[in-house]
Ligand binder design. Structure first.
Ligand SMILES: [Zn+2]
Ligand SMILES: [Zn+2]
Length: 274
């Protein structure tokens, strides 16, 4: 079953029109293809160093650094830009501007990629300004291109490194926070990174953002009986996280689609928090 058929299984949950869902499906499909290409490059990453970083409570990326070449980042950016140009008319011009700047050789994408990985949006904006391209388009395209590379790293790390000692709510691979988790069929809870897809065990009912685990300070809402999606809200830090209960859902929907599947919970959270 391809990604489009899988999306078909959860279509009814996605609060977006067909055109948007089609654009998302095309992007996910392209990222899937990029991930298998990037998985070759992960061989350059020193897994021993990654193991040491994780044992010391630091994410894999702190040891891996940005292992991609300028050309490899550019390849990803061109691929996702072509999906954007084809499917999102309103963004087509801005994405085209980034590709033209690439053609002219006036963009240093590794610099932007490092800034995006550090969460340093000002640096990314400076790079966009110097090249005369739209800053939001540039950071989105670079982030969408990095995502499959980090997903490839994430698969490699999960295959090679024991993550059972990782106790943080931040991702052991990319270091980002996540607002997504799942209860597996045996009733064990795991967080799942929304950026790179890494999965790690975490106490159920504990806020991934601030660590609050006081039951009366965590609210929750579901979508009705028999629905496998649950929203948790932390009354200490005000953040929320989304949970897929696989004891109810089974496993026909791949975990790579859980963030998309639970978009409806983001909408509920916005209403509750607002
Ligand atoms: Zn991650
Ligand atoms: Zn919290």
């Amino acid at each position: 079953m391809g990604i489009r058929e899988k999306i078909g299984l959860i279509r009814a949950y996605i609060p977006a029109d067909d055109e948007t869902v089609e654009a998302l499906a095309a992007l996910l499909e392209r990222q899937e293809a990029l991930k298998s290409r990037y998985s070759q490059s992960v061989g350059r990453v020193d897994m021993e160093a990654v193991r040491g970083a994780i044992a010391g409570g630091k994410p894999a990326i702190s040891a891996a650094g940005l292992w991609l070449t300028e050309e490899e980042v550019a390849e990803g950016v061109r691929e996702v830009a072509s999906v954007v140009s084809e499917h999102i008319e309103s963004e087509s011009e801005r994405a085209g501007g980034v590709v033209r700047a690439l053609d002219e050789g006036i963009l240093n994408l590794r610099r932007v990629a490092l800034a995006v990985l550090r969460g340093d949006l000002e640096e990314a904006e400076r790079a966009a300004g110097e090249a005369g391209v739209d800053p939001r388009a540039l950071t989105s395209l670079v982030a969408w291109a990095l995502q499959p590379a980090l997903a490839a790293l994430s698969d490699a790390v999960m295959g090679a490194v024991d993550l059972s000692s990782w106790s943080s709510g931040r991702c052991p691979v990319c270091g980002g926070y996540t607002a997504l988790g799942f209860m597996d069929r045996d009733g064990a809870f795991h967080l799942k990174c929304q950026f790179c897809g890494a999965e790690w065990g975490y106490p159920s009912g504990k806020c991934p953002f601030c660590g609050n685990d006081e039951p009366r300070l965590i609210g929750s809402a579901d979508l009705g009986e028999g629905k496998p999606l649950v929203l948790n809200i932390c009354h200490v830090c005000g953040n929320y996280w989304k949970v897929v209960d696989e004891r109810i859902s089974g496993t026909s929907v791949p975990r790579s689609l859980y963030d998309l599947w639970t978009l409806v919970l983001d909408a509920v959270a916005r209403r509750l928090v607002a």
